[in-house]
Design a protein around this ligand. Structure first.
Ligand code: SAM
Length: 270
């Protein structure tokens, strides 16, 4: 935790925005690591209390933080992760959830077809898997390309992150006349996020698909100016163009036995 001294010597602490106090009737299981800010937690609890989905899909299970809410308010849940660890560790706790292991866009595409065959359809999707521009775009397009017969609400986590935001905002929504709403800053994100040096993370984008809507859509983004201004002061300015080096860095670190932050998504026993 870092401290700052303001002009009147008032001390401001850079504190995480994920924890207590948290006021809700929903019983949050604090044993489940939940990678969302307090604002995002309030929002998803409220949204799902209202939507009460029949069928929900989650991309990015991790340790079951967001899954606990999706599970509580949905009749049927499919939770997808590229790692087999969530299925292994969470199956017993969430016995009505279908855990799917693999690449999200491949699994979602097949799942939507299977649901059709069973006379079902998805109502709610949380996209919180691979956060690179190409992967975010691919996940969204997989959902948009399906011929939905009912309304679908899609929440995309980390819309404040430059790479994710690019993935969401560079889709040509004109090609999808049933998309009724694209709101990039449905819930705002943050800068210097929970002690990650000058990084921009968090935020929810909301996309609503409505098969009865046919007029096209404009993207709205209430925090666009703030997001752009912060970008120039963030590490993303230098770090994101060097993303292509990540696989080499990962291989080198593995050889040297240095633990990387990304590993936490695979190792669940710490
Ligand atoms: C940020 S975590 C999800 C956090 C969780 N939704 C929560 O709120 O606690 C991202 C997860 O996405 C998974 N993931 C990464 N790339 C993926 C892909 N291509 N397909 C499916 N899952 C992926 C990771 O293994 C990780 O568990």
């Amino acid at each position: 935790m870092k401290s700052f001294v303001g002009s009147r010597a008032k001390k401001i602490l850079m504190h995480s925005n994920i924890g207590q106090p948290f006021f809700t009737d929903f019983k949050v299981d604090s044993a489940l690591d939940w990678q969302m800010s307090r604002a995002e937690k309030y929002a998803i609890i409220n949204l799902l209390t209202h939507l009460k989905p029949n069928v929900s899909i989650e991309i990015g299970t991790f340790k079951g933080g967001s899954l606990q809410v999706i599970d509580a308010f949905s009749q049927e849940v499919y939770s997808i992760d590229i790692s087999s660890a969530p299925k292994k560790f969470l199956s017993e706790k969430f016995n009505k959830v279908h855990f799917l292991v693999g690449e999200s866009h491949v699994l979602v595409s097949q799942l939507l077809k299977d649901l059709d065959t069973q006379g079902k359809s998805v109502d709610f999707v949380l996209i919180d898997g691979d956060h690179t521009t190409a992967a975010v775009k691919r996940d969204i397009l997989t959902v948009l390309n399906h011929p939905h017969k009912k309304k679908v609400h899609i929440i995309l986590h980390d819309s404040f992150n430059p790479q994710c935001r690019k993935g969401i905002s560079t889709i040509d929504y004109k090609k999808f006349p049933h998309v009724k709403l694209v709101e990039l800053d449905y819930i705002g994100g943050s800068y210097w996020h929970n002690d990650t040096y000058r990084e921009m993370w968090g935020g929810f984008a909301l996309i609503v698909i409505d098969p009865t809507h046919n007029n096209g859509v404009e993207i709205t983004a209430s925090l666009q100016h703030m997001q752009k201004s912060l970008f120039w002061r963030s590490v993303h300015l230098f770090k994101d163009p060097l993303q292509f080096l990540v696989p080499f860095k990962q291989r080198l670190f593995r050889k040297l036995g240095i633990r990387q932050r990304i590993e936490m998504y695979k190792q669940f026993d710490d």
